[in-house]
Ligand binder design. Structure first.
Ligand SMILES: C[S@@+](CC[C@H](N)C(=O)[O-])C[C@H]1O[C@@H](n2cnc3c(N)ncnc32)[C@H](O)[C@@H]1O
Length: 289
């Protein structure tokens, strides 16, 4: 894929502000070479990057009938490979996003590894355990089950690693964090569906903010807006509520809910309600039990 400066009398067409030769334009259409099989369906419970914490096995299954067996020859000697993949469970891109770590501050999406990119392409260096015909058995991943794989490249430390390079705002938050987060946060199936709905349909990243706060400390606290509720806890996140339980260092988000009562939401006199339409739609989809 290469963007060309148009030559005089070139057949190139103008596409999104850059000149691309027609033969290259066709090459812009990428197709999956295979899919990841990880059994992990929850995108909110995955690591943000695989950092060698989990000893696990996942499989990249390449498609048949494409000579991919030959394309995999000579890969077995590499300890790591780059997976280049498509964030298929992502819909909208955003110029600025709220990273899961550090203070509540949005960053330009190109300065992050967020899925919310104009071209939702992910890159992950994974441990290569073995190659079996058209399958790669790999270690820890940050991809959900069924993620389309676009390409595989060998990880070459001499080329791909610059461990001493500065890392901007990421360095800043690492320096500021005295203690690493103590609590692990997972989502129930219901909470996962609700978080996905708010993100995809309404562009609301409620769960990112909630998870960051819960990882730091889920204990009841007035200023953190956490209180006991039945057998668990309830945390306020802006106009939303997050219900969760804590066992040891494991926090499970059970469900989310709008913070405003229905009468408020439909009262035309109340003009300053945050996320009003999203709250009404959420209530219609998940009526209070
Ligand atoms: C922060 S991104 C980083 C991805 C990649 N390592 C990169 O740097 O480009 C990883 C997160 O993407 C989400 N994710 C994983 N697979 C996805 C998919 N197929 N579609 C949308 N989001 C996905 C999960 O929440 C995961 O924790």
């Amino acid at each position: 894929m290469k963007n060309e400066v148009p030559k005089k009398n070139s057949r190139a067409s103008k596409s999104s502000g850059t000149w691309i030769e027609p033969e290259h334009e066709a090459a812009l259409r990428a197709e999956p070479i295979g899919f990841l099989r990880s059994g992990k369906r929850s995108k909110f419970s995955l690591p943000h990057q695989p950092i060698g914490k989990q000893d696990e096995r996942n499989v990249v299954e390449l498609l048949g009938g494409k000579q991919f067996e030959q394309a995999l020859l000579d890969l077995a000697g590499f300890e790591r490979v780059w997976l280049v993949w498509w964030f298929h469970r992502h819909r909208n891109w955003k110029p600025q996003v709220l990273p899961p770590r550090g203070p509540k501050r949005k960053r330009g999406v190109f300065a992050t590894r967020s899925p919310h990119r104009p071209n939702p392409i992910g890159i992950t260096p994974v441990q290569l355990i073995r190659v079996e015909k058209r399958k790669l058995v790999v270690g820890e991943v940050d991809l959900i089950d069924g993620t389309p794989i676009l390409d595989i490249k060998p990880y070459i430390p001499a080329i791909d690693s610059f461990a001493q390079s500065k890392a901007g705002w990421v360095d800043e938050i690492e320096r500021a964090q005295d203690e690493p987060a103590r609590f692990q946060v997972t989502l129930s199936e219901l909470a996962e569906a609700q978080a996905d709905y708010l993100e995809q349909e309404w562009g609301l990243e409620i769960i990112e903010d909630a998870a960051r706060r819960l990882r730091a400390d889920p204990n009841p606290h007035r200023t953190r807006r956490i209180r006991r509720h039945e057998k668990g806890f309830l945390m306020s996140c802006g106009a939303w509520r997050v219900y969760f339980t804590v066992e040891g260092e494991a926090v499970e988000v059970l469900r989310m809910a709008p913070g405003y009562p229905y009468e408020y939401l439909v009262d035309p006199e109340k003009t300053r309600i945050a996320d009003r339409q999203a709250q009404i739609a959420f209530r219609a989809r998940w009526p209070e039990e």
